[in-house]
Ligand binder design. Structure first.
Ligand code: H2U
Ligand code: ZN
Length: 367
């Protein structure tokens, strides 16, 4: 029996074994939970589970220090983090903002910017394997990029696609920042839900949620400033929500201790993820922070979503059929997912498996 046994859930225990729907108050939508279906036979696609052993420097990598990128520019021989403008930006500054309407057909120009952030000069590291001070530097860059782009744009989306099956184009540890002038779909939904809650209840939705989950059956990691929980309404099997426990609207507002605490809990969460199936766990993660220039933002609570696709070591969940046509459905209860994550070790298995050592020094071959 794992830690779940100590964390009973008297309220929802009755529903847990039966098909039921759960409400997602952030997106104002429902998810169907059908526990037990994980045992059905699977003869479909299997994902490769072995984590490749990577060199610390790859002469063919367009993100490694000193290498030439796809557009011909050369990266500096950076030794910590490195930010550059995406050579294939989906949003660009100075594009038209014209709006066109013709009956039901509407379109508008969208101005913005796309940056790429290399987390480390080391090709073979991941956030989970980087030293704490290096992860803290990434937190600082996320905050600085948000502040800088926020002077000009409304929605700043900081995110990371990790692993081939999430569409990461390169194993070199990196993330992206997209900034735009409109509120994208999920941002608009979360903004509206948090605003309504604030108006109705007088408090921040996610702070109330964090208070309700602390120490409970869905909590995975906690420290003074942060809580990691598999949300009650999670869509992906091992989805996680990382939420600040004090009122804070955006990354740049985080103080020194909160940033250190964030680096610490990030590594703890990502280590548990990697240890869950003994492989470098793929996911998309991203920050949701208050939009800029909208006036009052006391309804917003800073948080990050971790959306990993794997259901088992080499079987991914596909969002198809019912999910695409009706509503999201999950097979594994969030409580069980959280218990498995708590049971996974907090010490990275890399050491036994010949994964890279936690040391950021760039080998002499780089350049
Ligand atoms: P992803 O691995 O999450 O796709 O992020 C890598 C980004 O890096 C991707 O958006 C950009 C791609 O456009 N890129 C460059 O800007 N320059 C390059 O030389 C290759 C990739
Ligand atoms: Zn590289």
């Amino acid at each position: 029996m794992n830690a779940a046994g100590d964390r009973s859930d008297p309220v929802f225990g009755r529903l847990r074994g039966e098909p039921h729907r759960r409400f997602n108050p952030l997106l104002d939508e429902w998810v169907l939970v059908s526990a037990g279906r994980t045992h059905r036979p699977w003869q479909g696609r299997r994902e490769p589970s072995a984590s490749d052993v990577l060199p610390p420097y790859d002469p063919g990598c367009y993100l490694c220090p000193g290498n030439v990128r796809a557009n011909g520019e050369r990266n500096p021989t950076y030794d910590a983090t490195y930010v550059f403008t995406n050579d294939f930006s989906a949003l660009r500054p100075g594009t038209t903002t014209e709006r066109i309407e013709d009956g039901l057909l509407r379109a508008e120009g969208e101005e913005g910017a796309c940056h790429v952030l290399c987390f480390s000069p080391r090709h073979d590291l991941t956030l989970a394997l980087m030293p704490p001070d290096a992860v803290r530097r990434v937190v600082d860059v996320w905050a600085d990029e948000t502040a800088e782009l926020g002077r000009r744009y409304r929605w700043i989306q900081v995110f990371e696609n990790r692993g081939e099956i999430m569409g990461a184009s390169n194993p070199h540890p990196h993330g992206q920042i997209w900034a735009g002038s409109a509120l994208p779909r999920d941002a608009a939904k979360e903004d509206a839900a948090q605003r309504q809650y604030r108006e109705r209840i007088g408090r921040r939705l996610l702070l109330d949620y964090a208070g309700q989950e602390e120490g409970g059956p869905r909590a995975v990691e906690e420290n003074d400033d942060w809580l990691v929980v598999v949300p009650f309404w999670a869509a992906w099997p091992y989805e996680a929500l990382l939420v600040a426990r004090q009122p804070v609207t955006r990354l740049p507002a985080l103080g020194n201790a909160q940033r250190d605490g964030l680096a610490d809990i990030l590594v703890r969460l990502l280590t548990r993820y990697d240890n869950l199936f003994g492989l470098s766990f793929p996911y998309s993660m991203g920050w949701h922070q208050a939009p800029f220039g909208d006036g009052g933002d006391s309804h917003w609570q800073l948080h990050a979503h971790f959306l990993p696709p794997l259901l088992r070591a080499n079987v991914r969940k596909f969002m198809v059929g019912y999910e695409l046509l009706a509503e999201t459905q999950r097979d594994l209860t969030p409580e069980r997912a959280a218990a498995e994550m708590r049971a996974a070790s907090r010490t990275h298995r890399a050491a036994d498996d010949g994964w890279p050592a936690t040391d950021e020094s760039v080998p002499a071959t780089a350049g």
